[in-house]
Design a protein around this ligand. Structure first.
Ligand SMILES: C[S@@+](CC[C@H](N)C(=O)[O-])C[C@H]1O[C@@H](n2cnc3c(N)ncnc32)[C@H](O)[C@@H]1O
Length: 185
């Protein structure tokens, strides 16, 4: 949605983004051979660039042209796709690896399952609802996972790792749900 682009462009202009690849991506990408990968809501591309460096060819999709501009010319194996994930469709069985980090759009859940090739790997980590949170949405959209929601949403895949961070997580008030799962061959 257009307001997402405005909001995130502003953040990327302020250089308010992490540069290190996500730990979960670094820890689990090696479960598949380098292949075609999709980075959903890639942002400034920290994970897409890391994966490209490991031999993957990566489609990096994000609504923020400012975020994607930070990727420009940094690795030829990364293709930037500026698109709204409210309407973007993931091609069926295109990818051997799909990563979705710090982004939630439930419309994409069935498409993520379908978008994986047989034997493909999903690495998904995003924010988990915190008990007592009063505000659940921005512009009517829900950005927080419920407990066990991520696990239940991908039970047709083989779950290799699932974790929900307790209150003792690294940032107070921020909890993550993390899932790694593989589609059967
Ligand atoms: C918290 S950042 C995460 C970026 C990246 N995955 C990372 O971990 O560094 C969320 C990203 O979602 C993107 N985003 C938000 N709404 C979007 C939409 N409707 N379509 C595509 N991307 C969107 C933002 O532009 C932003 O780059």
């Amino acid at each position: 949605m257009f307001s997402d682009r405005v909001r995130w462009n502003e953040k990327y202009r302020r250089k308010d983004y992490p540069e290190e690849p996500s730990a979960i991506v670094k820890n689990f990408f090696g479960l598949v051979q380098p292949t075609a990968a999709l980075d959903i809501a890639a942002g400034s591309g920290r994970n897409a660039l890391f994966l490209a460096g490991q031999g993957f060819t990566v489609d990096a999709v994000d609504i923020s042209d400012e975020g994607l501009s930070l990727l420009k010319g940094r690795h030829r194996a990364v293709r930037s796709i500026c698109a709204d994930l409210d309407t973007f469709d993931i091609p069926i069985e295109r990818y051997g690896l799909i990563v979705n980090i710090l982004f939630l759009n439930r419309r994409l859940f069935p498409q993520i399952r379908e978008g994986l090739r047989p034997g493909g790997l999903l690495i998904f980590e995003t924010l988990l609802d915190t008990p007592g949170r009063t505000e659940h949405s921005t512009h009517g959209r829900d950005y927080f996972l419920r407990e066990n929601e991520l696990l239940h949403s991908f039970l047709t895949l083989r779950i290799l790792h699932y974790h929900e961070e307790g209150d003792s997580g690294q940032e107070p008030g921020r909890r993550l749900a993390s899932l790694v799962a593989m589609k059967d061959k």
